[in-house]
Design a protein around this ligand. Structure first.
Ligand SMILES: [Zn+2]
Length: 882
C-alpha cells in the first residue's frame, strides 16, 4: 500500500458574505443591483488583489471564451445571436473599505477582472467590497438569461474567484465546463413585478405575504393533481390559453405608461457558494415535504412548471422527495430547508444545478424528467455541499453524482428491472426497447468511446476536452466504474467510505486525492489500480473466457487490469459458484468446480468490458423484435420486418432484415442479412453483409473496416470485397484522409436492365478511391477526392473537389468541380461511361427504383443517375468529361 498523504493538510478556505439588492425590469430585461460583500482572508498569505468573475460579460461579443468554445465545438448558436439578444454587465465602481479601488480586465477574458486592494489584506482580516452593477440579460443560450418574460438569473453578480492552497483560480464562463466558488452567506433582496412567481437559493425571510401567496398557489396546483385525467386536461388547456393570450399582450405592450406594481422578496442562506433565482408569471406551483431520517427536520419541496408541461410534471414533487430521501440516506442529511425544481423550458435539454434550486429543461418522458430532477437535486451534495473545482475535476462532482443516479434508480425501480422509458408507446406498447434500463445507456456511452484514439483522460480541465462526447465521459465512465467498484467492495463499504468523505468535506473544497484518501482509510488493499486507471488514463477493460475440455481460461486483452467476477454453471444452467479472480498474467487457468459445464465473466454485467460477446463459454440464441437491450452473453439476433422496398424489375419485395452486432460491446464483427421475396418473378432475393472492424489501437487507420457483401437484386447477382480506412491525428478534426478499396464481381441479367445503360454478362472491377478533407473552421471546408476504376478493357479515373463557405446562419455556398477521363477505353461497358446526365451507379450500391428502362422518360424521377451532370441530356460519347 502506498503511504497515503494526509488529506486536507494545511487546508484553509476563504469566506465571502454577500449582501445584494437587485431590481428586475421585465420590459428591458435588465437587472439594476448593488452588491456589498465581506471577504475574509483565512489563507496564510497577504493578498494584494482579488480576482472577480463578471460572467454576464461572457455573452457580450464573439471574442469571449464562451463564444470561442461554442465555435470550437462546432456550434454557431452564439455566433448568430443578434446584438439585442446578447448580454453584459457594466456600471461597476468598486469601493474597498470605502476607498475607490483600481480594477483591470484580465488580459484574455472580459468576464474576469482584478480588483486591486488599496491596502494589502493580511491573514485573518477582512475587507468590505461594494459596487453597483447593471446586467443586460441575454436570451437564454447557455445558463443566464430570459426567454420572453421567463427569467433564469444565474452566474449574474460580481463574485470573487477561489483562492486556495494552489493560489488563485480565475476562470472565464464556459458552457462546457462548470465552476468553482467560495463558500459563504447570501442576503439577497429581489424587487420585481408583483405577479411573478419567484424562487431562489435560500430561505424566504420577512416575506409572510409572499409565502402565503405561494401557499395559495400550491393549494390550487396540488388540487390539480387530484383531478381525473379528463378534468386535468381541461384545466390545463384553459391555463395554456390564458398564458398565450397574456404573452401576446406582453409583446404589444411597449408603452411606459403602465408601471407595474412591484414587490421585494428577501432570501437568506449560509454555507453555500452560489445564489440563483428564477421567475415566471405562469408557473403552476406544487408543494411537498420531506422528513429526514432523524425526523426532527422537515425540508420543503417546491415544484414550479409551465401549464404546457403540466402532464409531464404531475409527479415532480415525488421526484424531489425521493431524490432528497435517497441522497440523504446514501451520504448524509440534506442540510438546507428547501429543495426546488423549476421548469426552464430551455430548448437545449438537460438541467442546471444551484444550491437548493435547480432548473430543468423540457423532457421527452417522465423517466427522463425524473432522471434530470434527481441528477440536479443530487448536485446539492456533489457540487453544492462538496464544492470541488468542477472546471478542473469535472468527474468528481458530475461522476459521483451520476453514479448516485444509478443507485437511486436501482433502489426505486428494481421491481421493474431498472427499466428506463424514453418513448412510452414504442417501448411499452410496441415492445421495441422494452428492456432498456439504466445500465444500458451508461454502458453504451463508455463502450462506444473506450478504445477510440480520440479518448482523453477524465482528470483534465473541461475546456481541454476534444468533444462533448469526451466531456460526457466524466459522467458515464465515473458512474459505471464506481458502480463496478461498489459491486466489488460491497455496498456497506462504499457507504462507509462515501459518508466519511461527505462528512469530512461538507461545505469545503475537496480534491481528487481527498476522495482517494477516504478510500484508503477504510480499505486493506491498495486502491491505486482504480484511481489511476479510471481518472488519469484512458485504459479500458477487455476480458474473455474460453473452455477447452474441462479447462476454463481467462484472457486479458485490455489495458485496465481489474478483479474479475466469474460465475460457474452446471449442466442444467444453475449457478454453482461465483468468485473474484485477479491476475497479472495475460491468460490464466481458472479453478472451476468439477461439475462446471460453462462459465461467465461478470454475470450481472456491472463491469464495463468493451467486448462482452466473448464473456461466456456457452452462448444461446436470443431473438429481439427490431431492437432491445442486447444480452451479449447470448447471440442477439434482431429481426426487423422489411415491408416497403420496391423496384421495377422485382416488384414489391417483402421480407425480413436480420442483424447481429453493429453496436458498442459487440466486438469486431457484425452481420446483416436481408431476406426478401421477389413478388414479380416469384423467387427469393436479398443480400448478406459482413463487416469486421480493424484494430482501433495499433493500425495507422483510425477506424477501419473490412466488408463482404453478396446479393441478388434488380437483375444483378454479385459479390463485393472491400476495405475502408480513415487516417487522421488523434484529437484533431482536420485533415481527414479516407481510403476505399473494393473488388466487385457483377453478373448482369440482360432482360432486367435497360440495354441503353447496361452491358449484360460478367464484370470484374477493381475500385480505389482516396479522399482528403480539411475543416479549418466551422465556416469553411475543402474536399478533394481521386478515384480509379479498372475493368477488363478500361481504366476510368475521376477527380472531385469542393469548397464550402458559410456566409450567414442560413446561407452556405458550395463550389464543386468534377473531372473524369478514361486512361484506357478499349472496351467500356455502358454502365461505366460518363453521361451528361451523370453516371448510373454501376456497382449497384444505391437504391434505384427503375434500372429496366421501361419508364425511360422518367429516368431522373426514378433516380437513375448519380454524380454531377446536366440532368435530362443523354449523350452517347463515352469519353466526354463533365
Ligand atoms: Zn450534472
Amino acid at each position: 500500500m502506498i503511504a497515503a498523504t494526509i488529506s486536507g493538510q494545511d487546508y484553509f478556505q476563504q469566506h465571502v458574505s454577500f449582501d445584494i439588492s437587485v431590481e428586475l425590469d421585465d420590459r428591458a430585461h435588465t437587472l439594476s443591483a448593488y452588491e456589498k460583500l465581506t471577504y475574509t482572508n483565512n489563507s496564510p498569505d497577504t493578498l494584494e488583489f482579488i480576482w472577480f468573475h463578471l460572467w454576464p460579460n461572457a455573452y457580450k461579443n464573439d471574442s469571449t471564451a464562451l463564444a470561442q468554445q461554442f465555435l470550437r465545438l462546432g456550434s454557431t448558436r452564439f455566433k448568430y445571436t443578434k446584438e439585442k439578444d446578447r448580454g453584459y454587465i457594466d456600471s461597476l465602481d468598486f469601493l474597498v473599505d470605502g476607498i475607490d479601488a483600481e480594477w483591470n480586465f484580465h488580459k484574455d477574458w472580459i468576464d474576469v477582472v482584478k480588483v486591486i486592494l488599496p491596502k494589502p489584506l493580511i491573514p485573518g482580516k477582512n475587507v468590505i467590497i461594494e459596487t453597483p452593477f447593471f446586467v443586460k440579460l441575454p436570451k437564454v443560450i447557455s445558463r443566464l438569461g430570459h426567454t420572453g418574460k421567463h427569467y433564469e438569473i444565474t452566474q449574474w453578480y460580481p463574485k470573487p474567484a477561489v483562492y486556495d492552497k494552489d493560489g488563485w483560480h480565475p476562470m472565464p464562463y464556459l458552457n462546457m465546463g462548470e465552476f468553482y466558488s467560495e463558500f459563504g452567506s447570501f442576503d439577497v433582496r429581489i424587487t420585481l413585478p408583483k405577479h411573478y412567481r419567484i424562487m431562489a437559493t435560500g430561505d424566504l425571510v420577512n416575506s409572510e405575504e409572499e409565502l402565503a401567496w405561494l401557499d395559495s398557489l400550491a393549494g390550487v396546483g396540488d388540487s390539480l393533481k387530484r383531478l381525473s385525467d379528463k378534468d386535468f386536461k381541461k384545466v390545463i388547456n384553459k391555463l395554456k390559453k390564458e398564458q398565450k393570450k397574456n404573452t401576446k399582450q406582453d409583446k404589444s405592450d411597449t408603452g411606459t405608461d403602465m408601471i407595474p406594481v412591484m414587490k421585494t422578496v428577501h432570501f437568506k442562506q449560509d454555507r453555500v457558494h452560489d445564489f440563483a433565482w428564477f421567475a415566471d408569471q405562469y408557473w403552476i406551483v406544487n408543494k411537498g415535504e420531506l422528513w429526514l431520517k432523524d425526523s426532527t427536520r422537515q425540508v420543503t419541496l417546491w415544484s414550479m412548471y409551465l401549464p404546457k408541461n403540466a402532464e409531464m410534471w404531475r409527479s415532480s414533487v415525488e421526484y424531489l422527495h425521493d431524490s432528497g430521501y435517497w441522497y440523504s440516506r446514501f451520504y448524509g442529511n440534506y442540510p438546507y430547508n428547501h429543495i426546488t425544481a423549476v421548469d426552464g423550458d430551455m430548448s437545449a435539454g438537460g438541467g442546471m444545478e444551484y444550491p437548493n434550486i435547480t432548473v430543468i429543461s423540457r423532457d421527452r418522458s417522465k423517466d427522463l424528467l425524473e432522471y434530470v430532477i434527481m441528477h440536479e437535486v443530487g448536485h446539492n451534495w456533489f457540487y453544492g455541499i462538496l464544492g470541488n473545482n468542477e472546471r478542473d475535476h469535472t468527474w468528481l462532482d458530475e461522476g459521483l453524482n451520476e453514479y448516485s443516479n444509478i443507485r437511486y434508480w436501482e433502489k426505486k425501480y428494481s421491481d421493474r428491472n431498472n427499466q428506463f422509458v424514453i418513448q412510452d408507446i414504442i417501448q411499452n406498447k410496441l415492445g421495441v426497447g422494452k428492456n432498456f434500463d439504466i445500465h444500458l445507456f451508461h454502458y453504451l456511452s463508455i463502450a462506444a468511446i473506450a478504445k477510440s484514439r480520440d479518448a482523453q483522460p477524465l482528470d483534465i480541465s473541461a475546456n481541454k476536452n476534444f468533444a462533448y462526447a469526451n466531456y460526457g465521459q466524466n459522467y458515464t465512465r465515473t458512474a459505471v466504474m464506481m458502480r463496478f467498484l461498489e459491486h466489488y467492495l460491497g455496498e456497506q463499504k462504499i457507504d462507509q467510505i462515501m459518508q466519511d468523505f461527505y462528512d469530512t468535506w461538507k461545505f469545503r473544497h475537496p480534491q481528487p486525492e481527498d476522495l482517494r484518501y477516504s478510500f484508503e482509510k477504510y480499505l486493506d488493499e491498495d486502491i491505486s489500480w482504480f484511481f489511476e486507471n479510471v481518472f488519469e488514463n484512458t485504459s479500458y477493460i477487455d476480458f474473455s473466457i474460453t473452455k477447452k475440455g474441462n479447462t476454463f481460461s481467462l484472457t486479458n486483452s485490455g489495458t485496465f487490469n481489474v478483479p474479475v467476477e466469474v460465475g460457474y454453471y452446471d449442466k442444467s444452467g444453475k449457478e454453482i459458484k461465483r468468485s473474484w479472480v485477479r491476475t497479472d498474467k495475460k491468460t490464466m487457468t481458472l479453478e472451476a468446480p468439477t461439475n462446471a459445464t460453462s462459465a461467465t465473466i461478470d454475470p450481472d454485467q456491472l463491469m464495463p468490458d468493451v467486448e462482452r460477446n466473448n464473456n461466456s463459454t456457452s452462448r444461446g440464441i436470443k431473438t429481439h423484435f427490431i431492437f432491445d437491450k442486447p444480452s451479449y452473453y447470448d447471440r442477439d439476433i434482431f429481426i426487423v420486418p422489411w415491408l416497403f422496398s420496391y423496384n421495377t424489375y422485382n416488384g414489391f419485395t417483402p421480407g425480413l432484415y436480420v442483424w447481429e452486432g453493429f453496436m458498442p460491446g459487440y466486438g469486431k464483427t457484425s452481420l446483416g442479412l436481408n431476406l426478401m421475396y421477389d413478388s414479380k418473378n416469384n423467387k427469393p432475393v436479398g443480400s448478406l453483409l459482413a463487416l469486421t472492424k480493424g484494430s482501433d489501437q495499433f493500425s495507422i487507420f483510425f477506424p477501419s473496416v473490412y466488408r463482404i457483401k453478396i446479393g441478388t437484386m434488380a437483375g444483378r447477382r454479385g459479390l463485393q470485397l472491400g476495405f475502408s480506412g480513415t487516417i487522421k491525428k488523434p484529437l484533431t478534426k482536420s485533415p481527414v484522409t479516407k481510403i476505399n478499396a473494393d473488388l466487385y464481381y457483377h453478373h448482369l441479367n440482360g432482360n432486367a436492365l435497360d440495354p441503353d445503360l447496361y452491358d449484360p454478362g460478367d464484370h470484374n472491377i477493381v475500385s480505389l478511391r482516396f479522399e482528403k478533407s480539411w475543416y479549418p473552421s466551422i465556416f469553411k471546408d475543402y474536399y478533394v477526392s481521386v478515384g480509379i476504376k479498372m475493368g477488363d478493357g478500361f481504366i476510368k479515373s475521376s477527380m472531385n473537389s469542393r469548397f464550402t463557405y458559410r456566409m450567414t446562419e442560413n446561407i452556405k455556398t458550395s463550389l464543386s468541380a468534377e473531372a473524369g477521363s478514361f486512361l484506357l477505353s478499349k472496351n467500356v461497358p455502358m454502365q461505366y461511361r460518363y453521361y451528361l446526365s451523370g453516371t448510373v451507379d454501376p456497382e449497384f450500391e444505391q437504391l434505384v427504383i427503375d434500372r429496366t428502362g421501361s419508364s425511360s422518360d422518367l429516368k431522373v424521377l426514378y433516380n437513375t443517375y448519380h454524380g454531377s451532370g446536366v440532368r435530362g441530356i443523354v449523350l452517347e460519347d463515352p469519353l466526354l468529361s463533365t
